[in-house]
Structure formats: C-alpha cells, structure tokens
Design a protein around this ligand. Structure first.
Ligand code: DGY
Length: 331
C-alpha cells in the first residue's frame, strides 16, 4: 500500500506510518511538485497526503487510479476538488482543531505588529535611521476599549476574541451564519450583520472559510463602509478579500492598514502591497507553531492508518456523505 507525501512534514506522523510494514512511503521532501509531477506520482498510490498549495483538481484525482484517501496536511480543503473525490468514492480527511490556538495567536501578533508599527520600526532601526528619540514617530492606536469585529466566529475567531477581550479589554462583535450563544455569554460578544460590523469595528479580523459565498466578500464597496482608522487582519484565505480593491482602498485612505498572512494567488503578492508601510505581510504561517504542526502530522497518520490498516473511514473525514455511521469528526 503506497502513500505519497508531497512535502516534508514533522517526523512524528511519518514514524507512525513507517512502523507499518505494509505501508510504502513515497516521501517527497524537496520543492513543491508541479502539476505534471503530481499526476505522475499519484498514478499508483493508495493515499495522497498533500499540503495547501498542491492543487488537487479533477485531473489530478483522475490520475490516481488506486486512490482511496486524500489526507490533507491542513484544516482547510479548498485546494481539493471534493465533489470529484466524493463522486469517485475517495475519502478526503483533514486535521481539524489542531491549529486553533496557533492561528489565533498569529492573528493577535499581526494586529499588534500592524497597530504598533513593529515591522516599520524594525526596518527603521536596521536602516540606521534611529539618530534621536522622536515623540512623533511610529505612533499607533491603543487597543484597549476598541472594537474587534470578527468575520466568522468558529474555533479560531472565538479564541482570538478570548485574547482580545480578556487580555486587551476590547469589545467583541461578530458576523457568522449561526449564533454562538455560549461564546457570546463568555466573551460579552454581540452578533451583528456584516454592514454593522464593517461600520463599527476598529479592527476587522477574518476567520471564515473560503467558499462561493465568501469569495471577495471584502471588496471596494465593503472597504468604503469601514472606519478610516480601521485595520484588517486576514489569516484565513486570501480570496476572501479582493486584493486589487484592497490596494485601491489603501491608496485612497479608506482604511488605515492591513496585515495579511494569506493572498489571492499564493505565493504571489500584489506588488503594490510590498511598497506600503501600513501593510504587514507573512507567508501563510498562521499555523506555524511546533505544537500545531506536530499535531497535524499525527492526525494525518491517524487518518491514513484508519483507512489502510483498519479498513474504516478516516476519523477526521471531510466528505461525510461517504459514510452512513457517525464517526469521530470535529470538522
Ligand atoms: C490550514 O491548515 O488550513 C492552514 O491554512 C495551513 O496550515
């Protein structure tokens, strides 16, 4: 039974897979595979373990003649054609819940870095521009008492709200398809419609999934509804913001700044964003804590063992239509 792992991941899950004599690993640890390389490599494998930038299209899935499981090393699965996989009876699994704290911490770090102008100030020091203390440089907003608006109030959004509410005394509002009563009570949070959130928030942080409904959810018209001092944080998925509209909005001063961990066409970044001081950029590292990444590796191994060794559906299954019985899944 063959498992293709497209990139180097923490050893913990690899060791679990290696302990099963019947499992043969095709473990690629170099540069990302091109589309053609992926199609060739997948031809005789039982399980594919891709990462977020691998585009698992209909054509790639169809090239996997023996494919039983796509066990993505991620929570998100918008890079996989789930419909095709499901139609072919191929399980898709993910690693839910493992990176909640990591991404929430990164969102907090992005907010603080942007507001307190840490990256700009660092560049200033390294550029040997620090000649004397100046009361008027790198002044930013205080967060205490300001309003944080969360678009998407699932696990990550709620965790970030905890930091902001309990640590910084921020007011929490959110927009989400469903009401989260327990979290509302815990965090004194209020559910509002998107327009109200855009109007009232000093910081807007995005934590929803990418789907047809959320693609370009933030475009030029939405930017016009925000406060001119508003900061936007996106650690979810790039295409939720229309990046060209964002550049225009920043140039026109519709908002004060943006911190992005994700981009519309990763790894490409709009060149104008690179030139702006009120923009903080990181290369999709929201989940990059050792704890989260090791846990992701373990969960991938659990999914693979479920299917290949125990002959049952993966415990963290995405396409639940393929199973009748309830499984342990917190997706
Ligand atoms: C995910 O898992 O979906 C993150 O975006 C990458 O770790």
């Amino acid at each position: 039974m063959k498992v293709l792992i497209t990139r180097k991941i923490p050893q913990s899950g690899i060791r679990v897979l290696q302990s099963h004599k019947d499992i043969e690993l095709d473990y690629r640890q170099g540069a990302p595979l091109s589309d053609a390389e992926l199609k060739e490599a997948i031809s005789d494998v039982d399980v594919l373990v891709p990462v977020i930038p691998d585009k698992i299209t209909k054509e790639v899935i169809e090239a996997g003649k023996n494919l039983k499981l796509i066990a993505t090393y991620s929570v998100g699965y918008d890079h996989i054609d789930i419909e095709t996989a499901t139609a072919k009876g191929i399980y898709v699994s993910n690693t839910p819940g493992d990176l909640t704290e990591a991404v929430a911490e990164h969102s907090l770090a992005m907010m603080m870095a942007l507001g307190r102008r840490i990256v700009e100030a660092d560049r200033f020091c390294r550029g040997k521009q620090y000649k004397y203390w100046d009361p008027m440089i790198f002044v930013g907003p205080k967060f205490m008492g300001k309003t944080l608006g969360l678009i998407g109030f699932g696990r990550i959004g709620q965790f970030f709200a905890r930091f902001a509410r309990n640590g910084l005394g921020m007011n929490i509002i959110y927009s989400d398809v469903s009401q989260k009563i327990e979290a509302e009570n815990l965090l004194d949070a209020k559910r509002v419609d998107l327009d109200t959130l855009l109007n009232e928030s000093d910081v807007i942080s995005i934590h929803c999934n990418l789907c047809e409904e959320t693609k370009h959810m933030i475009d030029y018209e939405e930017l016009k509804k925000m406060k001119p001092n508003a900061l936007i944080i996106n650690t979810a998925r790039g295409p939720i913001i229309d990046e060209r509209a964002l550049v225009t909005g920043l140039k026109e001063g519709l908002i004060a700044g943006v911190a992005l961990d994700v981009f519309e066409e990763e790894p490409k970044i709009h060149p104008d964003l690179m030139k702006m001081d009120n923009v903080v950029l990181t290369p999709h590292i929201g989940s990059a804590t050792w704890e989260a990444r090791i846990q992701m590796s373990n969960m991938v191994a659990e999914n693979v063992i479920d299917v290949l060794v125990d002959n049952k559906p993966p415990r963290y299954i995405v396409n639940k239509e393929l199973i009748k019985d309830s499984v342990k899944s917190i997706a």
